[in-house]
Design a protein around this ligand. Structure first.
Ligand SMILES: C[S@@+](CC[C@H](N)C(=O)[O-])C[C@H]1O[C@@H](n2cnc3c(N)ncnc32)[C@H](O)[C@@H]1O
Length: 372
């Protein structure tokens, strides 16, 4: 089967985790860049990454990569791509993208030039001048970074973090992809007890449960590329059937979610039901100060309120001090806390065994990991 090159954008800081995830799925030539991972594979890989990736924001088919310093170069290189290989004569192909630290910095001009170049390329093959754009949608994305141009087709068509289970959320929900990355960093397994003592709408625990059960996050999602002519429908059916057959419900995994906000707990329960993991998570009203568990081993993952968002800084720091007291150092236990406060470790009272810089939305954070 023909091989294609793909680009999977992701949150900054999770590139390595996404690379490992994609390699595990069978991706080849995996290469992490800033904010995205490049890889190769056949069309089944495209479907698999969309259905199974917990960390990628989208899966883009990279049609070309080149340097351009002028609009003419951009036009000629885009025109040289054989667009009829991808786009049918009725294809709708909106173009959008971004320019960063490059000679070509006008997004609207680049957009117009790329569109015109694609039309010119299609004209030579389809022998017509007008393209009605009333068929399937092929979103064209471009990225011009330090004069390096990437021209891509958005195979997902929607952000993959929108799994569909979070119909409702509380005040400061975390992106599902970030929650999944925290589960990866905390090495959640199918025999683990996972606890989130400030669970909000339950995102971290739902992602942990889906990982433990090997439940693909977008098994029932619909992707733009399912409407594309050059991808046989059987590829999607086969990948879904295979992914479904690998779901495991016979696991010993269980998660516990606590919060002081009853509304958040009600939302969590509903979200867990939508995600199909309600049997594996127990939600309960409990204050962090009363955190105490007798499990022999457990994985604690926590996204507490930050000074910037739900509490003022001194209230948030009081909470970090409480964490330092109740998150007792014990063999078999690990604690992961994501937080933007530079004084977190000081308040917590211990230096983390491992730290990882991550972004929660636009907020620069650290994941502080304690496991020794
Ligand atoms: C940033 S939100 C968590 C968001 C969650 N990760 C999600 O995706 O929805 C922090 C949560 O901590 C809860 N919280 C605040 N103080 C708490 C305390 N003392 N004990 C337990 N939960 C608390 C808040 O009610 C809020 O739901």
């Amino acid at each position: 089967m023909k091989r294609y090159t793909y680009a999977a954008p992701c949150l900054m800081g999770v590139e390595k985790l996404l690379s490992n995830e994609l390699k595990f799925m069978g991706a080849e030539n995996v290469c992490a860049e800033n904010g995205r991972v490049i890889f190769t594979g056949d069309l089944s890989m495209l479907a698999r990454a969309n259905i199974r990736s917990r960390i990628a924001e989208r899966v883009l088919l990279l049609t070309a990569r080149f340097e351009a310093y002028s609009f003419e170069q951009l036009f000629q290189r885009v025109k040289a791509i054989n667009w009829s290989e991808y786009l049918d004569p009725n294809a709708k192909f909106p173009v959008s993208g971004s320019c960063l630290s490059s000679k070509l910095m006008s997004v609207p001009d680049c957009q117009a030039i790329i569109k015109k170049a694609i039309v010119e390329s299609l004209k030579t093959v389809y022998k017509k001048d007008i393209f009605p754009e009333n068929g399937a949608e092929y979103k064209i994305k471009f990225l011009i970074l330090k004069d390096q141009v990437s021209i891509m087709l958005d195979t997902s068509g929607r952000p993959l973090h929108k799994r569909g289970y979070r119909a409702e959320s509380n005040d400061a929900p975390m992106k599902e992809t970030l929650a999944a990355a925290l589960c990866e960093l905390s090495r959640v397994r199918s025999n683990h007890i996972v606890i989130d003592p400030c669970c909000g709408s339950g995102t971290i625990l739902i992602e942990a449960a889906m990982k433990a059960l090997n439940l693909p996050p977008n098994l029932h999602g619909h992707f733009a590329a399912e409407e594309w002519r050059f991808i046989p429908k059987s590829i999607w059916d086969d990948e879904r059937t295979l992914a479904e057959s690998e779901i495991r419900r016979d696991v010993t995994f269980h998660a516990y979610g606590y919060d002081i906000d009853d509304n958040a707990l009600a939302i969590s329960k509903r979200n867990a039901q939508f995600a199909g993991v309600a049997d594996f998570i127990t939600f309960e009203h409990r204050d962090l100060a009363d955190f105490k568990e007798d499990f022999e081993r457990a994985t604690v993952i926590c996204n507490p309120p930050y000074g910037e968002r739900l509490l003022d800084v001194s209230q948030a720091e009081d909470l970090y001090r409480i964490m330092g007291k109740v998150f007792v150092k014990k063999q078999g236990w690990s604690y992961t806390v994501i937080c933007p406060d530079d004084d977190f470790q000081k308040c917590f009272g211990r230096s983390a065994d491992k730290r990882r810089k991550l972004y929660n939305g636009t907020l620069s954070c650290q994941a502080y990991i304690y496991y020794k």
